[in-house]
Design a binder for this molecule. Structure first.
Ligand code: RB5
Length: 143
């Protein structure tokens, strides 16, 4: 599944490593920036990724800020987004298998690069279980 990715300044360095990983794995990747470490605002970068996903159905999103939290709050403001903030591989596994997360949020200041790469791999390679989780995920769109 193709991936659209963006960060703020605090996530910029980790985003570069994630993009390298995605490209090296042959995954179609759209990097929406930033392309330097100048200060930028996470709500605006989250909106860019969500807007791209709205126009390109079937893509997953990855957002990186300092903590993962601002990006996650911002992305979840948009209908249809199920953004998960993951600081362990198990978070990513559960966020996919139970919550059908479609946007992964990572903290560039908190998550070491090797762990972030592992979390990314788990996020991309874990299927939603459906079943008993489907009705709950459907409820999210009715809240
Ligand atoms: C930027 O300093 C920082 O606040 C931002 O990257 C993010 O962690 C917010 O949630």
């Amino acid at each position: 599944m193709p991936v659209v990715i963006a960060s703020d300044h605090a996530g910029y360095q980790l985003k570069k490593r994630l993009v390298d990983r995605l490209v090296s794995q042959g995954i179609e990747t759209e990097d929406l920036g930033p392309f330097n470490d100048q200060v930028c605002d996470y709500p605006l970068m989250a909106r860019k990724v969500v807007n791209f996903m709205q126009n390109n159905l079937g893509w997953k999103g990855v957002l990186v800020c300092g903590s993962s939290l601002g990006m996650c709050i911002a992305a979840n403001r948009f209908p249809g987004v199920r953004a998960i903030a993951a600081s362990t591989a198990e978070h990513a596994r559960l966020g996919r298998s139970h919550n059908n997360g479609n946007v992964l949020c990572l903290g560039g200041r908190l998550t070491p690069e090797p762990l972030a790469l592992e979390i990314l791999d788990v996020f991309l390679n874990t299927d939603f279980e459906g079943g008993r989780h489907q009705a709950r995920v459907d409820m999210l769109d009715m809240l």
